[in-house]
Design a binder for this molecule. Structure first.
Ligand code: ADP
Ligand code: MG
Length: 684
């Protein structure tokens, strides 16, 4: 019965599984607080004392038991139960000493604890070594069947000695030594029953290392298998298209960083291996032109190329921009999005299959199975954040020899995340902005300073600049958000009246043609102010726009704020970003505003974002499988992750087949993990 529950709730089938079910934290059971010293904001505390009174209060459904609990020093705390009242009434005896453990709080100015863990002091586990007790993850269902953390701990006490001798090291001895790890037997014993905090942290580090090491081994195995088994298209020529464009149509000279990255990509595409490369570069660093140059290399070698963007607007903009850049060259370029009409689609499909189209730009629509290419040689995925390995691998099937894949991200990904989610990719970084850009000045203003902000906007308009004013639009509160947007638009129209000012507005509800019309008016300089929802986040490129006002900025995430800010600062003028918020700001909101004010560096912003939001939120659900760790935490365990990555890549650099005898355990453990963890499927 218990075995069934453990299996269905926690996936624990064997004793060997059980001992790999680790506590997620440890509490110091040797420490008792004096009630007079308990901080009501503390997470969890343990106190010892007696109930001097227990009463049943309220009637019927509002009935609860309230006890007055007093410790040896006379401090008094209220204890409240809302459930299991009969049991409490029958089993708790005055005069006996109890140990209570729980979260303190305050109610009606009194220190209080509801539903604490409760145990007779006489039965309280004294022989516990070091007093550190593991707290195990359990589900509500397990708790209701009396399989709580304590019960699991008791099971562990029986189970561990039975299997301890059979626990072998999975890591090679040289790594254990070099990384100062415990052997696996000691680590597992100690994670459950640590002798002291020192030993506990060594055990944690060992188990985290083990977990992260195998994640890295797995990623490298994927990479090495791919390199061995998947032949890459060889683009050996740099031909007429590339040279013609580079010499005659490139509107500016490339930055050193852009040149370096193009070189890295060229080398990859000529190597005979399939390229899987991540190109990181901050907003405005000039990734689009890199994508185009790579596409031209593919075309020069007789292949087609595709560039994929996450939204229709961005696809549209890429299409228009690139169309113009290559307009004088014999290159056929086309757009495909979800809203492409059937007749157009049909024609396009035929042209793609015949090879007539050289470069296809589009949304996810272009990876649909219906879309077939004559010979797709390169796929560039732009601004992708929500695009996992599973989808990437779908692209590989678009050609008998899989196309080269270049993934471009605008919001830099924290290094640890990149190593985990994109650990099988090679990485290129554009770490330089095109010349002449002045760093954007960012300020945070309270709503009450609106008039001052309007004044500043007027000054900038007098100088000939243009301004974005952006409102949040979030699905859950769409109606209200639209109201805010329209109210804001009205007030701006009143503050900036005709004929001196023209104000444009764009929002997601407008027809495409109307949106285009308004955006064009702004891009052409016919309006000074563009009021918009986040549709412009990845949209328009207007170098003369130098002020970005973000309304209700506290409602945007950091990466979104950074993206929005990236819409200005594209011309030669000093640009500004003004973050407007109400006077009530959560702590997290404050951190976000301060971070934006302090730095323009996308990498730093992404690190803060990761700490605030956690990896799952940043990468989206598609990749949550890859981020599903048992004990490691990639936000906090950076150092362990780096070490594990280093050891794993050392192995793959020197012995990719894992044939050295010292790696035989690694080899079999890796095979076992790949078989047992369904999640692995998602990242291969
Ligand atoms: P992102 O990396 O955010 O996609 P874009 O490719 O949209 O950036 O480039 C931002 C702007 O910078 C564009 O207007 C582009 O034409 C311009 N740009 C790109 N590279 C250079 C360069 N080397 N010199 C000058 N301007 C450049
Ligand atoms: Mg871009």
């Amino acid at each position: 019965m218990r075995a069934d529950l453990l299996k269905s709730e926690l996936g624990i089938r064997t004793i060997a599984d059980l001992v790999r079910h680790y506590p997620f934290r440890h509490i110091d059971r040797s420490k008792f607080y004096l009630i007079s010293e308990v901080d009501p904001n503390a997470a969890l505390v343990q106190v010892k004392g007696k109930f001097i009174r227990i009463d049943s209060i309220g009637a019927q459904r509002a009935t609860r038991m309230v006890g007055a609990f007093q410790d040896a020093q006379g401090g008094i705390m209220e204890v409240v139960w809302f459930r299991s009242l009969t049991w409490i009434k029958q089993s708790i005896k005055p005069d006996l000493e109890y140990v209570l453990f729980g979260k303190p709080g305050v109610f009606n100015n009194k220190l209080q604890m509801t539903h604490p863990e409760i145990e007779l002091a006489a039965e309280f586990d004294k022989p516990l070594k070091g007093g550190l007790e593991g707290v195990y993850p359990v589900t509500e269902k397990l708790k209701s069947r009396k399989l709580d953390s304590r019960a699991i701990r008791n099971l562990m006490q029986t189970a561990l000695p039975q299997v301890l001798s059979s626990i072998a090291d999975t890591l090679p001895a040289y790594i254990i030594k070099r990384q100062n790890l415990l052997n696996m037997r000691t680590a597992i014993q100690a994670i459950h029953f640590p002798e002291n905090t020192q030993q506990l942290s060594e055990a944690q580090r060992t188990l985290k290392f083990e977990e992260l090491f195998y994640v890295q081994m797995r990623l490298m195995k994927v990479k090495s298998l791919r390199e061995q088994n998947i032949k890459g298209l060889v683009f050996e020529t740099i031909g007429d298209h590339f040279n013609d464009f580079y010499n005659h149509h490139l509107p500016f000279s490339l930055t050193e960083a852009q040149k370096r990255v193009v070189k890295e990509i060229r080398k990859d595409m000529g190597s005979g291996r399939q390229m899987n490369r991540l190109l990181q570069g901050d907003v405005g660093s000039g990734k689009t032109i890199v994508a185009l140059l790579c596409a031209l290399i593919a075309i020069d070698n007789g292949f087609q190329a595709a560039i994929m963007a996450p939204t229709e607007i961005l696809s549209q903009q890429h299409f228009e921009g690139l169309f113009e850049l290559v307009s004088e060259m014999p290159i056929n370029i086309a757009l495909l999005t979800g809203s492409s009409k059937t007749a157009y689609r049909k024609k396009l499909h035929a042209q793609l299959e015949s090879g007539e189209i050289h470069l296809l730009i589009g949304t996810h629509a272009l990876i649909e199975d219906k879309v077939k290419f004559k010979n797709l040689g390169l796929v560039v995925i732009d601004e992708q954040h929500r695009f996992g390995v599973a989808q990437r691998s779908k692209l590989w099937r678009k050609n008998t020899v899989p196309p080269h894949v270049l993934v471009m991200t605008a919001t830099p990904i924290p290094r640890t995340l990149a190593m985990t989610v994109y650990g099988d990719l090679d990485v290129s970084v554009i770490d330089e902005l095109p010349p002449g850009r002045k760093p954007i000045k960012t300020v945070h203003k309270w709503d009450s300073h609106r008039l001052q902000v309007f004044g500043f906007m007027k000054e900038q308009i007098t100088l000939g600049r243009q301004i974005y004013v952006v409102y949040p639009l979030i699905e859950e509160s769409e109606k209200l958000d639209y109201k805010d947007l329209m109210d804001g638009y009205d007030s701006i129209c009143r503050a900036f009246p005709r004929p001196n000012y023209e104000v444009a507005i764009v929002n997601g509800k407008m027809k495409a043609a109307d949106k285009d019309f308004e955006m064009k008016r702004f891009a052409d300089g016919q309006c000074q102010i563009m009021v918009a929802t986040t549709v412009i986040e990845v949209g328009v490129n207007v170098p003369n726009a130098s002020v970005m006002v973000i309304e209700s900025a506290e409602r945007f995430g950091l990466s979104q704020l950074h993206q929005l800010r990236g819409r200005v600062g594209r011309g030669a003028d000093q640009s500004y970003c003004i973050l407007m918020t109400g006077n009530k700001l959560s702590n997290e909101g404050r951190v976000r505003m301060n971070t934006m004010v302090e730095t323009n560096d996308g990498f730093r912003i992404s690190e803060v974002d990761l700490k605030l939001r956690g990896p799952g939120d940043i990468m989206g659900t598609q990749q949550s499988g890859a981020l599903d760790f048992q004990i490691a935490d990639i936000v906090k365990d950076t150092e362990v992750l780096e070490a594990a990555r280093e050891e794993a890549s050392y192995i793959y650099d020197n012995d990719p087949g894992l044939s050295h005898p010292s790696l035989s355990n690694v080899k079999s453990h890796l095979a076992l993990m790949m078989k047992n963890r369904p999640n692995w499927g998602r990242i291969s």
